[in-house]
Design a binder for this molecule. Structure first.
Ligand code: 97T
Length: 280
């Protein structure tokens, strides 16, 4: 995969050289290029912003430096591209242009999974009040444009969002994570929160590891962990239970949900009207 990032603060992206992603680059699994938007300006002051039409606070990023930068990036060829005569047919797919924005669609694990299957990703880091909207319209000729948000909070710019997204995508590339089992287990989690984990010593500051985990009974352990996932999810992220497929739950798991105040109705979990305020 080739990833390009365009930013007025290319040095913010330095952490991508480290750890997992840096390893993926060294191993030739990921080609990462960071570009300074100001290199695509033509005025003496390397201006990237201007005042908003219609008035209001803050500054808006000018369209032309973005068009110059994105056209240059779109024209570049990944090292991994096949040499020789082009294969018959449609040619390479348009790269995906991800524009981090609080007004974007939510970046989820499913989105990371989908984007990990792409050949080329380009990230456009906006600052100030955002990028002139016409850039997104123009870019649709060269890219599949996807404005994306990490969540419902405000950052100063797209750079930190890109760090999170590139890490989430990069660790899904084949060969990047050292232990593939950790990926399998995650994908099996059915949209629930993870169960709690413990390590040695078995007793620490008067707190004992749950006895079932020391029992050697792997069936019991698996059930306990699953029920802990249900308990945590009901407590911290009840919104996730709305999507949960409860149709094939064994009786013991239905009982666990009943204890948490949920019944199974038409294959979905339904919060009992008389259930208490605390789902613990
Ligand atoms: O708040 C932002 C400002 C610029 C670019 C992205 C964001 C953002 O992304 N996810 C949440 C907020």
């Amino acid at each position: 995969m080739r990833i390009d990032v365009v930013s007025i603060f290319p040095e913010y992206l330095a952490p991508l050289e480290l750890s997992l992603i840096g390893k993926a680059r060294q191993d030739g699994l990921l080609e990462l290029n960071v570009h300074d938007l100001r290199d695509f300006t033509t005025d003496r002051h390397r201006t990237v912003d201007d005042t908003p039409y219609g008035g209001g606070a803050g500054m808006v990023m000018k369209p032309e430096p973005w068009a110059q930068a994105l056209a240059a990036v779109a024209a570049a060829t990944p090292d991994s591209a096949e040499a020789g005569p082009a294969a018959a047919g449609s040619g390479p797919a348009k790269p995906v242009l991800i524009v981090p924005s609080p007004a974007g669609e939510r970046f989820t694990q499913a989105a990371a999974q989908e984007l990990a299957g792409e050949d080329r990703l380009v990230f456009a880091c906006g600052r100030y009040e955002g990028i002139d909207e016409r850039v997104m319209e123009w870019a649709a000729e060269h890219f599949t444009v996807r404005p994306m948000s990490l969540g419902d909070y405000v950052l100063n710019g797209g750079e930190v969002a890109v760090l999170a997204m590139v890490e989430a995508i990069g660790r899904l590339l084949p060969g990047v994570v050292g232990n593939p089992e950790s990926l399998v287990e995650e994908s099996h989690s059915d949209g629930l929160l993870e169960y709690p984990v413990y390590t040695k010593p078995s007793s620490w500051r008067d707190r004992d590891v749950p006895a079932v985990l020391l029992s050697g009974n792997h069936g019991k352990i698996a059930q306990w962990r699953r029920h802990e996932q249900y308990r945590r999810t009901a407590e911290r992220r009840p919104d996730l239970l709305e999507e949960f497929d409860a149709a094939k739950l064994p009786r013991a798991d239905r009982t666990a949900f009943a204890d948490l105040g949920y019944d199974v109705v038409d294959g979905h979990l339904s919060r009992r009207a008389d259930a208490g305020g605390d789902s613990a």
